[in-house]
Design a protein around this ligand. Structure first.
Ligand code: BMA
Length: 898
């Protein structure tokens, strides 16, 4: 049973192989030192892998198609390997999910053979390193069982010197079904702990959910925005690492102090040394401008075994790293050399951005603040929650991530929460976050329900995982917080988990909670303290760091799902809650028509068609009823599925805008607004602003406007009070002009006023307040609207439009909307004109690739708007495909067909 779902839903919830030799890591350095034959080497074992359903496994009787050995991709997953050979249909198209659950019940075998160069064979040490084994893996080398793995989030390193031969080493990995492996244990528990989403497919009993007993991505087992594909695989590179003298295990760049005048960094090297030895450590710094200097050097006596050596680095007047909107993202690169005389024994590089960051919780009259201070600036966090970018992480490309993260940056976001029910993102995600100025609120991978944290072995495994991950990410300037889990504390306290268990077995309930407190209150906090380099820890989102009351507007962070989760609450209820930091709130929408066409035929595109329901995961497929409810409240009845999708996007964009602007205007009481959710795991309906293909919904265009550093919020509540607030996230004061107009839909100006305004740095203030009668005078609320414009020097214009009735009660008149397209440089310009008010204007180019600089617009009567368009399609094709619509078209269509 998941989270607030109870509030939202009615129901429950061969041959010869070779390997590529990647030659010595040791490079001849600029200083002119030569590489030596004793150099460390890295052999990436990514070639000639094969896979098959493990012979003799029962699933082979019914799935003979998976028995032959076939070429595999490593890193990869079983599902993507089966798909590559056409053994299974595309798991994203149509509704094949139920028919693919056998994959998660089978055991799988991966094999390869590799040769080892003579120098590597002679090396004193060799380790096989698996950066990701998902999950219950038995690893065999040349017929000898090397180890067993049981945690998909850990790195496994095993010494193999003496076990290698020059040719034809056989590496074999058997991956056991995680469901079959855990089920006996879970089924035997007299009382269960809370899980997340029960399988509708019968592959696992609904009352014995195994997912939370395994350190494996939680969303594999199904979520309310994604399918159930319980995958397995060798998900990260397999590397044979060899060395004779020393291996650099890690280089931490701990930022002890950073301000405008100087940065003090401790470069802490972790070395694995074969024999005691005197050596020289040299640390080279490459500044953001490319200048390379020797930052530190030291002679040391290295002991055999693990050595930890700190080199102090001082940077005067550092070029500091800032979040998006506050400055640039300069990055410093460091290279560590371990030398013996003229010989370089090992090198290692790491990158960071210099900044100070702090999560501040200052007590105040309401409770306590919750805000991030970066380089001394209290930063209002603006952004969204990111979920896994695919069901099969190894196939996520850097380009796919770039498209989404750049879109986030362009939408004026400065923070993403990497949510805990998925996987720890790969290096590309953090590279991009570092480069784009996107701070990352990093959850540990716990997505909901409860874990067997009362079990010491389980906790030890998590602590190991946490050390691996915190060490991996600690040089990242973007990572600003580690958070224990997603929604586990509130689920226990408020959704009935504690009550049910206490009633059934109070002693067990006590152990479960104590285990929780030990893991999330003590163990993970300690790992972050010891390894995190000064980054804060927060035990659960939402929460107040294990204080009695969690998810409160007084202190800590909040998830607010009363809108959407409880259909009794209209979108305007967002104005009733003013948190310290809103880390989740959301509304669903269907994606772009092209995206829907990618998984459903046009004749399947109806609200209740099985294929459409298969791609609507909320309320196990019945979530369209909820979505329709919110669409109807504001807009009325959609004529058809395309109209439903369009209106759902308008509803989502306008609703999230209302909430986000309310959060922003509540500064400094509120200091963060992260909506649910940034991206998608597959093509379907969800709370995302960008779909799986990277195509923006209306929300993404709105976000750029409502998250703009200097913006206007004109928000009307259900009682008819409109407040106009001016928002400034700049560190300097902003001068501008506020214009207030009241107009009729066909353009008659009833009021027009301008006044000069100044907005203090890092502030929000209420510039005006009205009741409806003030604005309307005696005008008809169904055909009149108010428009507020803020123009400030050097900033994009910001506008708020206020209506005096829900869209379905407005007396829409044909906007006479026109769009013209012309070539301009290497792209195009689209010019839009409306004779009368056009709301929720959406331009698309059918099946053509087209990237618009803006969309989802309100165009005032008589107004002209110019947009940039980039497309590989030619002018004639674009002109022929161009389609423009606004609410008045949709509403005219909808009013006729109930
Ligand atoms: C949030 C998340 C997810 C979920 C989303 C939408 O609370 O933490 O568990 O997918 O709501 O229901």
């Amino acid at each position: 049973m998941n989270m607030h779902e109870h509030a939202r839903a009615a129901g429950p919830w061969p041959g010869r192989w070779s390997a590529r030799f990647v030659s010595g890591l040791i490079l001849a350095l600029a200083a002119g030192m030569a590489a030596t034959p004793a150099a460390a080497s890295r052999l990436v074992i990514d070639k000639d892998w094969t896979f098959r359903l493990l012979p003799g496994h029962a699933q082979g009787n019914t799935h003979v198609e998976a028995l032959p050995s076939r070429a595999a991709t490593v890193p990869g997953t079983v599902h993507t390997d089966l798909l590559a050979h056409g053994v299974i249909p595309d798991p994203y198209v149509g509704a094949p999910e139920g028919g693919l659950q056998w994959i998660g019940l089978a055991d799988w075998e991966y094999r390869t053979s590799f040769d080892v160069p003579a120098a590597t064979l002679r090396a004193a040490r060799s380790d096989l390193v698996f950066a990701g084994l998902d999950t219950f893996a038995e690893v065999w080398l040349n017929g000898v069982r090397l180890f067993e793995a049981d945690n998909a989030f850990r790195t496994w390193r095993v010494p193999v010197e003496g076990r290698l031969r020059a040719e034809g080493n056989i590496l074999r990995v058997v991956l056991r079904s995680p469901i079959a492996k855990m089920l006996p244990q879970v089924a035997a528990m007299p009382h269960k702990i809370a899980g997340n989403y029960p399988s509708p497919y019968g592959d696992e009993p609904q009352d014995a959910m195994t997912g939370n007993f395994v350190r494996k991505p939680g969303y594999y087992y199904g979520w309310d925005w994604g399918p159930r594909y319980v995958s397995a695989g060798i998900t990260k590179p397999v590397v044979l690492q060899s060395w004779d003298v020393v291996r650099i295990d890690d280089l931490q760049l701990r930022q002890d102090r950073v301000d405008a005048a100087r940065a003090e960094v401790s470069a802490i090297a972790a070395l694995d040394v074969v024999r005691a030895k005197r050596a020289e450590l040299r640390l080279w710094q490459t500044a953001p401008d490319g200048k390379r200097t020797l930052a530190a050097s030291r002679r040391v006596d290295l002991a055999a075994g693990a050595n930890r050596i700190a080199l102090p680095v001082r940077v005067d007047y550092p070029q500091r790293w800032f979040p998006n909107g506050y400055g640039a993202q300069p990055l410093y690169r460091y290279e560590l050399e371990v030398r013996d005389g003229r010989e370089t024994l090992a090198t290692h590089a790491a990158r960071t951005g210099l900044r100070s960051v702090e999560l501040r919780r200052d007590p105040d009259a309401r409770g306590s603040s919750f805000h991030f201070v970066v380089n001394g600036i209290p930063v209002f966090a603006k952004g969204a929650n990111s979920i896994p970018f695919d069901m099969f992480q190894p196939r996520v490309s850097r380009e796919q991530l770039r498209r989404v993260l750049e879109s986030a940056r362009n939408a004026n976001m400065n923070m993403l929460r990497s949510w805990g029910g998925g996987y720890y993102e790969g290096e590309d995600y953090y590279d991009l976050a570092d480069e784009l100025g996107l701070m990352v609120w990093q959850d540990f991978m716990f997505g909901g329900g409860m874990q067997p944290a009362y079990d010491e072995a389980f906790r030890a495994s998590v602590v190991h995982e946490a050390r691996d991950q915190v060490r991996r990410l600690r040089n990242r300037p973007s990572v600003v917080l580690w958070c224990g889990n997603n929604e586990e504390e509130i689920a226990w306290k408020y959704w009935g988990h504690r009550k049910t268990l206490e009633k059934a077995d109070p002693a067990f309930a006590d152990r479960v909670w104590k285990g929780y407190v030990q893991l999330f209150g003590v163990d993970l906090r300690k790992v972050v303290e010891q390894e995190g380099g000064g980054i804060g820890y927060w035990s659960s989102s939402p929460g107040n760091d294990l204080q009695e009351v969690a998810n409160t507007p007084a202190a800590g962070d909040m998830h607010y799902w009363e809108v959407w989760g409880n259909p009794a609450h209209p979108v305007s209820t967002y104005l009733d809650v003013t948190p310290r930091f809103m880390s989740e709130y959301g509304l669903q929408a269907w994606p772009d028509q092209r995206t829907i066409d990618a998984f459903a035929r046009r004749d399947q595109q109806r609200i209740d068609h099985p294929v459409i329901e298969a791609h609507q995961k909320f309320m196990a497929g019945k979530g369209n009823a909820r979505l329709l409810k919110y669409v109807r409240d504001e807009f009325g009845e959609p004529a058809d599925f395309a109209g439903f999708a369009y209106l759902s996007q308008a509803m989502q964009a306008e609703g999230i805008e209302l909430a986000a602007l309310h959060h922003r205007r509540s500064r400094p009481n509120t200091m963060g607004s992260l909506y649910w959710q940034l991206n998608d795991v597959w093509p379907g309906a969800s709370w995302s602003g960008i779909d799986w293909f990277g195509r923006p919904k209306a929300l993404q265009f709105h976000a750029r406007r409502f998250f703009a550093p200097v913006a206007l919020a004109a928000l009307r509540d259900a009682a008819g009070n409109t407040k106009v607030s001016l928002l400034n996230d700049r560190t300097h004061a902003v001068q501008g002009e506020l214009r207030t107009r009241v107009m009729t839909l066909d353009g008659k100006l009833l009021r027009d006023e301008r006044k000069a305004v100044e907005i203090a740095p890092l502030s929000a203030f209420e510039a005006a307040g009205y009741v409806d009668a003030d604005l309307l005078g005696g005008a008809d609320p169904a055909s009149t609207f108010a428009v507020f414009d803020l123009r400030a020097e050097g900033e994009p214009a910001s506008r708020g439009v206020v209506y005096f009735a829900p869209a379905k009660e407005i007396a829409w008149v044909d906007a006479n909307l026109r769009a013209a397209l012309r070539r301009d440089g290497d792209g195009y310009v689209v010019e839009i004109e409306a004779a009368r008010l056009a709301r929720a204007v959406w331009i698309d180019f059918g099946a053509l690739d087209a990237e618009l600089s803006d969309n989802a617009l309100t165009v005032l009567p008589g107004e002209r708007v110019q947009l940039r368009l980039n497309s590989t399609a030619n002018e004639d094709a674009l002109r022929a495909a161009m389609n423009i619509r606004s609410l008045s078209d949709a509403v005219r269509a909808i009013t006729t067909t109930p």
